[in-house]
Write a protein that binds this ligand. Sequence first.
Ligand code: AP5
Ligand code: MG
Ligand code: ZN
Length: 222
Amino acid sequence: MNKRTFFVLLGVPGAGKGTQAKLLQERLGLPQISTGDIFRYNLKNLTELGLLAKSFMDKGELVPDEVTIRMVEDRLGQDDAAGGAILDGFPRNLIQADALDEMTADYGGISLVPLIQISDDEAMRRITGRRVCRTCGAVYHIEFNPSAKEGRCDLDGGELYQRDDDKPETVSNRLYVYYKHTSPLIGYYFAHRLLAEIDGTQGIERVQAELMSLLVESENAE
Ligand code: AP5
Ligand code: MG
Ligand code: ZN
């Protein structure tokens, strides 16, 4: 069997999935596949997919499964995913989880599902203070992880902006959608002995260190 490594990062909106996935990508040499980022990239380029996704994202609702699953399937087929991937924001319901099981079955399945845990209040604080680079997508927080120069990305000087769906009203619905549709995945992956819980309230470096040791452990166990 051609073994590949797939990690699925779970956690409420704002838990730090994107922040951690970007760090892991550099360390592990596996691509971060963030469905939210792919939708936003498409929207920036005004593709049909981007415009469709926007109508759901603006309300904090899930983009339809058919579209999302096909998009991930395409992305996993690209050359840089030949060794596997770090999935950030996918799957988000049991239908997507089934689809991912099928997509990865020939490669040894999912390796580990870290669940990054924070409270809803913390999620709200993180999301409302988040700023993202328009050029490279780097993620900052005005208080917890500020850029050196206000409003500018440390990596490329790009403009930092606030995501359209980061308004408090939309964030509340995103949390609701998470508990209704995504949280059942916790039980699903627990039953498959793939779940690993992490205290996401620690600093970014600490969370990263714990994630790394869990991932290395899971790879060695195989
Ligand atoms: P998506 O882009 O995936 O958003 P999300 O799941 O709501 O998650 P976030 O990106 O808000 O949070 P995060 O966990 O990545 O946190 P981050 O690292 O940025 O999805 C957006 C929308 O797209 C969805 O609502 C839906 O419409 C659609 N969509 C996406 N995937 C889909 C799918 N599979 N199916 C259907 N629809 C889909 O961190 C947050 C902030 O906290 C940052 O400011 C960061 O600097 C800060 N921070 C991070 N870690 C720490 C720390 N340890 N301490 C202090 N601050 C921290
Ligand atoms: Mg994210
Ligand atoms: Zn940047």
